[in-house]
Design a protein around this ligand. Structure first.
Ligand code: HEC
Length: 320
């Protein structure tokens, strides 16, 4: 039986249009992937001299990461003849990144920048988080009050909130990084070998419940940390008072990004972990007698000529 010609042509057409559509999708994906790669390369290698707020702008060029502007700036990019772009020439010739401490770009990184220019110097697509009542304090209260219905003793419960971030222009992708950072930080504030799962209490995953009994040193440190927090809101309405009473704190919640900023460095990092002032006390608090172990050959050592972490070679010692 012959298949009617029209059907055969039809199926070719479908395959053809599909592949055209598909290649367009792929091209778009490639563009945003390229933009991301270019952003990363220039963020790490150029930004500190060419646009980072608070740093001196070198060579009068301060918009290396502002792709919308850069794309139209013929002083730096030539979209018709990408390899003639000033920006590309400067990295091609290893003139940039300038500075003794700067690393030259690898041939692959240079190629990525050239590919990015050839693709029309696309900007990074950042889908905004759709979250209409994001920064509303009502949202926080509503969710926290609902969460507390399930908890009998809430005196060690505190909340970390991220709901102001979408309004500040952060994308879902950015938020995901913050969420991961928070989880990582909370775990690094604990000596517990079990991984603590930091759970969000709302569907939008903007509010996280932190149980301070799971951190070794806690309630007092939280209060002090909150007092240094420039973003804390000290409202006096009845709803706030009820919440404070219930959690037995003046500061029931804190911005998660501030927490990640302040609790990951001294003095609060040390306070949360009760890190003593010197190594001997630290060893004692961990129940390790280093000298004794060395004399009794109860240590395992490994040396690395190229540490990849520090500039020098490195030795690690495990007390067994
Ligand atoms: C340590 C600082 C530093 C870093 C890092 C750095 N630059 Fe520069 N850049 C300079 C200075 C200083 C000048 C001005 C002197 C000159 O033109 O050589 C300059 C000039 C330029 C210019 C020319 C500006 C103009 O209008 O003439 C371009 C383009 C440029 N840099 C691109 C880059 C790129 C791309 C990177 C990253 C791959 C980078 N730079 C990294 C310091 C830096």
């Amino acid at each position: 039986m012959h298949r009617p010609l029209i059907k055969i042509i039809g199926s070719f057409l479908i395959i053809f249009t599909n592949s055209v559509l598909l290649s367009r999708v792929v091209a778009e994906e490639n563009k945003s992937a390229l933009a991301r790669k270019a952003d990363l390369i220039m963020r790490q290698n150029c930004y500190k001299c060419h646009g980072r707020p608070g740093e001196r702008i070198r060579g009068g060029f301060g918009h290396v990461l502002d792709f919308d502007r850069l794309r139209k700036d013929e002083n730096y990019l030539n979209l018709n003849d990408p390899s003639a772009s000033v920006l590309y020439n400067r990295i091609e010739s290893d003139e940039m990144p300038a500075g003794k401490n700067s690393r030259k770009l690898t041939p692959q990184e240079k190629q990525t920048i050239l590919d990015w220019i050839s693709a029309g110097a696309p900007s990074i697509e950042r889908p905004k988080v759709e979250f209409s009542n994001s920064s509303s304090i009502d949202y926080i209260f509503q969710e926290i009050e609902a969460d507390l219905e399930t908890i009998s003793d809430a005196s060690s419960i505190r909340y970390l909130v991220l709901n102001h971030m979408p309004d500040a222009g952060d994308s879902e992708e950015d938020l995901e990084i913050f969420r991961d950072a928070l989880k990582k930080l909370v775990n690094s504030l604990s000596y517990d070998p079990k991984i603590l799962s930091l759970v969000s209490i709302d569907k939008k995953r903007m509010i996280y419940r932190l149980d301070l009994t799971t951190l070794p040193q806690n309630l007092e440190t939280w209060e002090d940390l909150s007092r240094t927090n420039p973003y804390s809101i000290i409202a006096q309405d009845a709803r706030t008072r009820t919440l404070r009473k219930r959690l037995k704190t003046s500061f029931p919640f804190m911005r998660g990004d501030w927490f990640a900023f302040a609790a990951s460095r001294p003095p609060f990092y040390y306070r949360f972990l009760r890190i003593p002032d010197n190594a001997i006390e630290l060893e004692r608090s961990l129940g390790i007698e280093v000298n004794h172990n060395i004399l009794n050959r109860a240590v395992l050592r490994a040396g690395f000529s190229n540490s990849n972490v520090s500039l020098n070679n490195r030795m690690i010692e495990r007390n067994i």
